[in-house]
Design a binder for this molecule. Structure first.
Ligand SMILES: [Zn+2]
Ligand SMILES: [Zn+2]
Length: 173
């Protein structure tokens, strides 16, 4: 996701480029298990201070249900909106004093704007904290671990029997 923006940096504020993204993001981050490419359109707008990148990007990832631990696929979408700053003046070649501290937002000294780190962070933030394979996922039986989405396991009856057994035991004493 690297773009040479030398030409855009030479243009006046307001100049815009559009790019279609279709990127294999496998290996981007160990926490991401993409099953499709990352797709969408991004706009690069020349601002007074740099290049503003905006865009809506979508992919599909494999998640693991937090209740039943079953893997499932779900769409994942991000809205990118970041301003990148040049580290070098594109006309004079002079290095600039960087006010922007996040190096992920620096356009390097070959005028290459790299979206990779921003996209990686946005995708991680978009991941659900408690993924659910479906809203009403029944989860796993705490006793035997059976996936209750596939039907009851019989432990409930077992629990009742155990409680009755305990009562009977008390009475007998
Ligand atoms: Zn589930
Ligand atoms: Zn059970």
């Amino acid at each position: 996701m690297r773009y040479n923006v030398a030409q855009l940096l030479k243009e006046a504020s307001g100049a815009t480029r559009y790019y279609q993204l279709d990127v294999d993001i496998g290996g981007l981050d160990p926490l991401l298990v993409p099953v499709e490419h990352l797709m969408g359109e991004i706009a690069m707008l020349r601002t007074g201070t740099g290049v503003l990148v905006t865009g809506h990007l979508v992919t599909r990832v494999e998640l693991v249900c937090s209740r039943c631990l079953t893997p499932f696929e779900a769409p994942l979408a991000i809205d990118v909106e970041e301003e990148f700053r040049p580290t070098v003046d594109v006309i004079t070649g002079r290095h600039l004093v960087m006010e922007e501290e996040d190096e992920a937002l620096w356009i390097d000294d070959h005028h290459v704007l790299d979206l990779t780190e921003v996209v990686r962070q946005d995708l991680l933030l978009a991941l659900p904290l408690h993924p659910l394979c479906k809203e009403d996922c029944a989860g796993l039986c705490p006793v035997c671990g059976h996936n209750l989405n596939e039907g009851p396991c019989g432990c409930t009856t077992g629990d009742v029997d155990l409680r009755w057994a305990a009562l009977l035991d008390l009475k007998l004493k």
